[in-house]
Design a binder for this molecule. Structure first.
Ligand code: NFD
Length: 267
């Protein structure tokens, strides 16, 4: 459970890279380049010297306000649950779709580990973070919970959700307590110019793994009911071809992938 050395330098560096190398690729509103140092300061002052278990869902509010103000993601927002790798291969750094991790606020810290420590001289704990506060569940959700909620509120029009229908041990494709079910689904906009109109589920089955759920079954029925009750249109597709091809890129020998290979040769 080591924390990330060079957190500040990595965050500021990623912010510059994001805005000056990748920026024009996909952001809908290109007029507001952010001040990276100021963004880092907003992040740092939220967490530095703060006891880990005192954090909550408003700790990082200012950071997200600064980093994500004026952003809307129209018809291209993509969410994932249990499908991190394939979703990001498909979204292609924002070129095809935009995931939370393709936004500046999340790109600056994705994969990093950090926490404040009130007793440490520089206010961070660079050795380990608790990650489990028995009296305050919100501490563990402070950053990614708010990140997920904020991103869901920016999504507009048709959105996409990539789920995993091949989980072992009865773990459902759509499960309670996931970030998607707790922080994203309840926060899609239902009214106004930037409302969500339709939620498209892309349900994947990993090559050579069991098919535990398909569209129209088990947790997908539950999800469909929740989506319709909120007034959104619903669609669900099992194994869209473009995603099968991405998965087969890494699992060429799987039975399903040999079929894909065969079909591709004929084309
Ligand atoms: P889950 P979920 N690499 O798969 N979100 O619905 C990394 F870095 O069960 C994003 O609970 O789905 N992290 C983040 C991973 C965190 C990986 C939380 C992996 N290969 C929520 N696999 C984020 N960027 O870190 C799993 N995890 C972690 C948003 C993941 O970080 C996204 O917008 C999370 O802490 C997405 O729509 C935990 O495993 C949805 O929530 C649960 O992942 C995914 O959360």
């Amino acid at each position: 459970n080591g924390t990330t050395c060079g957190l500040k330098e990595i965050m500021i560096g990623r912010c510059y890279e994001y805005q000056y190398l990748k920026y024009q690729l996909f952001l809908t509103n290109q007029s507001n380049v952010k001040n990276c140092t100021q963004l880092y300061q907003a992040f740092e002052s939220a967490v530095r010297y703060k006891p880990y278990c005192n954090m909550n869902m408003s700790t990082y509010e200012k950071y997200f306000q600064l980093a994500l103000s004026d952003v809307h993601v129209i018809n291209r927002a993509m969410f994932w649950s249990g499908t991190y790798g394939v979703t990001h291969a498909y979204s292609a750094d924002g070129a095809n779709y935009i995931t939370l991790e393709d936004t500046l606020a999340a790109a600056m810290v994705n994969g990093l580990v950090w926490c404040g420590n009130e007793n440490h001289t520089d206010g961070f704990d660079f050795f380990s973070c608790p990650n489990n506060c028995k009296d305050n569940r919100w501490a563990d959700l402070a950053f990614w919970g708010l990140a997920s909620k904020t991103f869901a509120q920016l999504a507009a029009g048709e959105i996409y959700v990539v789920l995993n229908g091949s989980h072992a041990n009865d773990r459902p494709a759509f499960r309670n307590n996931s970030y998607f079910s707790d922080f994203e689904l309840p926060n899609f906009r239902r009214t106004g110019e930037y409302r969500v109109t339709k939620i498209n589920i892309l349900l994947l089955h990993s090559p050579d793994k069991q098919v535990t759920e398909k569209c129209g079954e088990k947790s997908l029925v539950e999800l469909e009911n929740l989506i319709l009750a909120q007034g959104f249109q619903y669609a669900c597709k099992d194994d869209p071809e473009e995603l099968i091809l991405i998965m087969c890129g890494n699992q060429w020998e799987a039975r399903e992938c040999q079929i894909a290979r065969h079909v591709l040769r004929q084309a």
